[in-house]
Design a protein around this ligand. Structure first.
Ligand code: IMP
Ligand code: MG
Length: 175
């Protein structure tokens, strides 16, 4: 891996693995006897999703949704659009939305409204990281890996201008 001097490790791969184990335990406990549908928000959640489902000994299904909101910038435009929807039926299903990060809360708030209309049996949110200092819309978070400071973070699926998703740790991007 090329040395990236502007990146500082914030959460190591070992700490991420430990958090994924803990979240999987909580989810397994809460979804006993159920067949949840995990919906990952592309692209950021795909690494977390891949690790999480392999710790989940449940008859789960998974799907992904792709949204547009950020463009190439680091700031949300505040407008969310569905670019690629979920094909799996949702009505009467226990849905768990899987995110890489909840920042302003605009995305999760939009998704909860969007999925609620499809009448799932239940609807919950699991996020690997949470940046509450940036919240603009209050959102419920059922499963949270880490609370992170007000810094832009990359790695383990998270990007900056589509770069750094492949890094194994989570880093803070220093300006
Ligand atoms: P929100 O709508 O502001 O909560 O932002 C949600 C989305 O913005 C996340 O799913 C990420 O894709 C992106 N995002 C927000 N903060 C960061 C960050 O620090 N690093 C990378 N992506 C971020
Ligand atoms: Mg995301």
């Amino acid at each position: 891996m090329v040395f990236q001097p502007q990146l500082k490790i914030l959460i190591s791969r070992d700490d991420i693995a430990e958090a994924v184990d803990r979240l999987a335990c909580e989810i397994k406990r809460d979804y006993q006897g159920k067949q949840p549908l995990l919906i990952g928000v592309l692209k950021g959640s795909f690494v977390f999703m891949a690790d999480l489902i392999r710790q989940l000994d449940l008859p789960l299904e998974l799907d992904f949704i792709r949204l547009s909101c950020y463009g190439a910038a680091r700031e949300s435009s505040g407008k969310v659009k569905v670019v690629q929807g979920v094909k799996t039926p949702i009505k009467g299903i226990d849905v768990l939305v899987v995110e890489d990060i909840v920042d302003t809360g605009i995305t999760i708030s939009f998704l909860l409204d969007y999925f609620k209309k499809k009448q799932p049996a239940s609807l919950k949110v699991c996020t690997l990281t949470d940046k509450p200092s940036r919240r603009r819309v209050p959102v419920p978070i059922d499963y949270r890996g880490f609370t992170v400071p007000n810094k832009f973070i990359v790695g383990y699926g998270l990007d900056c201008d589509q770069k750094f998703r492949n890094l194994p740790h989570i880093y803070a991007l220093e300006d």
